[in-house]
Design a protein around this ligand. Structure first.
Ligand SMILES: Cc1cc2nc3c(=O)[nH]c(=O)nc-3n(C[C@H](O)[C@H](O)[C@H](O)COP(=O)(O)OP(=O)(O)OC[C@H]3O[C@@H](n4cnc5c(N)ncnc54)[C@H](O)[C@@H]3O)c2cc1C
Length: 247
């Protein structure tokens, strides 16, 4: 099974988020593999361990993203590809990946359901459409059955089971594997990752950027938390009634 896992590089959720003249300030930010992509990568490793195969991880981005690709190699991917492009919109990202895929023969393509930074959730659908292959979104389970797949996907108040032919594109999330299944790179994995191929590819795209960000607004800061002694119920009632005005 020839598997592609698309990897987006996103700020760690604990990083301080700031903007400078409406541009995201990357100072002091640690970048990580988009968590949804990590679930997909782990699932790809499970498939490889069960039926064999080859796992390529791919990022559309600049050289500073090589570190997250090396981490994906250390976790268990066989090969990494970075398409050298400043990914200014989802269309450019999907076009770059589609152009690369045209010269490859992937049976199964994984994307995360959405990136946790810009939360576009657009790349997987665009990509499947450009490659003209089936697309199943919000996947929380997947089994390979011969040359087809059976996929469990989350819907409102439940889930549904779908079957698809291969090649297909899966947008995955937690449930595809559980958090406890995620792999921390071992020392051996980190050493081996240094010798695995990381190919840098240049691709021309025709997409223009039709949307530009006008302004970012951070959520208003929460009011200060007050700790009230457990025996001082009167004070609690007074604050809820007169300050928070909720009773
Ligand atoms: C108006 C606007 C301006 C932007 N300007 C910039 C900018 O100046 N610089 C910048 O770096 N970013 C910029 N971005 C973010 C950039 O567009 C996103 O990286 C890209 O659009 C994909 O984000 P998404 O939220 O649509 O991805 P989603 O569709 O939410 O991502 C879903 C999945 O697609 C895959 N995927 C997404 N992005 C990549 C990727 N780059 N490589 C491989 N797989 C990927 C991953 O599997 C991911 O889990 C901008 C976004 C917008 C909306």
């Amino acid at each position: 099974m020839n598997i592609l896992v698309c990897i987006s590089s996103v700020p760690d959720t604990t990083s301080p988020i700031n903007f400078n003249n409406n541009i995201f300030d990357t100072n002091g930010i640690t970048f990580i593999i988009n968590p949804y992509d990590e679930f997909c990568l782990t699932k790809a490793i499970h498939i490889k361990e069960k039926i064999g195969g080859d796992i390529t991880v791919l990022n559309v981005g600049e050289a500073n993203n090589d570190a997250i690709l090396r981490k994906a190699l250390a976790i268990g991917a066989d090969k990494a590809v970075r398409i050298n492009e400043n990914p200014k919109n989802s269309k450019i990202v999907s076009e770059c990946i589609a152009n690369y895929c045209a010269s490859q023969s992937f049976d199964l393509i994984f994307c995360g359901r959405e990136s946790i930074d810009y939360n576009g959730g657009k790349v997987p659908g665009f990509l499947a459409s450009q490659l003209d292959i089936p697309f199943i979104n919000s996947c929380i389970g997947l089994d390979i059955i011969g040359d087809t797949i059976e996929v469990k996907r989350e819907i409102d108040n439940g889930y549904e089971i779908c079957e698809s032919i291969l090649p297909a594109l899966i947008a995955g999330q937690k449930g595809l594997v559980e958090e406890k299944d995620l792999r921390i790179p071992s020392m051996r994995g980190i050493m081996t990752a240094r010798t695995k191929p990381l190919e840098v590819v240049e691709i021309d795209t025709n997409s223009e950027q039709k949307i530009s960000i006008v302004e970012f607004e951070k959520p208003s800061s929460r009011s200060e938390c007050k700790i009230i002694d457990e025996n001082n119920v009167e004070k609690l009632v007074d604050l809820l009634a007169n300050e928070a005005k909720v009773i």
